[in-house]
Design a binder for this molecule. Structure first.
Ligand SMILES: O=C(CO)[C@@H](O)[C@H](O)[C@H](O)[C@H](O)COP(=O)(O)O
Ligand SMILES: [Zn+2]
Length: 222
């Protein structure tokens, strides 16, 4: 099923201003319902088809922390936000009812000085790879998020991570793009053309993984 697009009312008005605007109240509400049900059904499909690999990702992440190693996340745009969101839940807190030590995780998009100097001096495609080179150690875990699977910045970082003896997880979309088959564990959200619906699945999967990691490590609700 394709993501529903808003239906335009007109194409252009006399002033040359585009009037492809969805203004009718019932059509707006219909669009809300279509979009949210599509997102929910996509998540249901991802859950049904990927519960084993999601559990394996959680075990891999928990094993990484148990071994005293770190998790490095990387993604662009909305996936950068997802990377930062998930890393912060590991370092600071996920559930307010779980009291546990900080878990070592960083998002490589968080440092604006490294991003700007890296893009300026080395080229954007090399930025995350350079940071993996700086921070990644054997036994660490790299998590790359890309809705297309085609972002060279994430692909290059994953290559360096593998060269450095790190484990790798890929959260992808569409048909997996160039990143398909690169990681030790991968999940591909079967939605193409837009990043939004894929990101909504990725953040849910990320939350599920962190929830499982806390349980595997024995950090329970207080
Ligand atoms: O968040 C969105 C759209 O929902 C965008 O910012 C999106 O993340 C950016 O276009 C990214 O650069 C797309 O990269 P990727 O997911 O294909 O690796
Ligand atoms: Zn969250």
């Amino acid at each position: 099923m394709r993501h529903p697009e808003p239906v335009p009312s007109e194409t252009m008005d006399n002033g040359g201003k585009c009037s492809c605007r969805l203004t009718d109240r019932s059509r707006l509400e219909e669009s809300v319902l279509e979009t949210m049900l599509y997102s929910a059904r996509l998540k249901e499909r991802v859950a049904r088809e990927n519960s084993a690999v999601i559990a394996a990702m959680a075990r891999l992440m928990a094993d990484t922390f148990s071994a005293g190693r770190s998790v490095l996340f990387a993604g662009n745009g909305g996936s950068a936000a997802d990377a930062q969101h998930l890393a912060t839940e590991l370092t600071i807190r996920y559930r307010s009812t779980v009291k546990r030590p900080a878990l070592p995780a960083i998002a490589l998009s968080s440092d604006s000085m490294a991003l700007t100097a890296g893009a300026n001096d080395l080229g954007y495609d090399a930025v995350f790879a350079r940071l993996v080179e700086a921070y990644g150690k054997e036994g660490d875990l790299f998590v790359g998020l890309s809705t297309s699977g085609n972002s060279m910045s994430v692909i290059n970082a994953m290559k360096v991570a593998r060269q450095q003896g790190m484990k790798t997880i890929a959260l992808l979309g569409g048909e997996g793009g160039l990143m398909k088959g690169m990681a030790d564990l991968q999940l591909i959200v079967p939605h193409s053309g837009t990043a939004d619906r894929v990101q909504e699945c990725h953040i849910t999967v990320g939350h599920v993984i962190i929830d499982l990691v806390e349980q595997i490590l024995g950090y329970c609700d207080t």
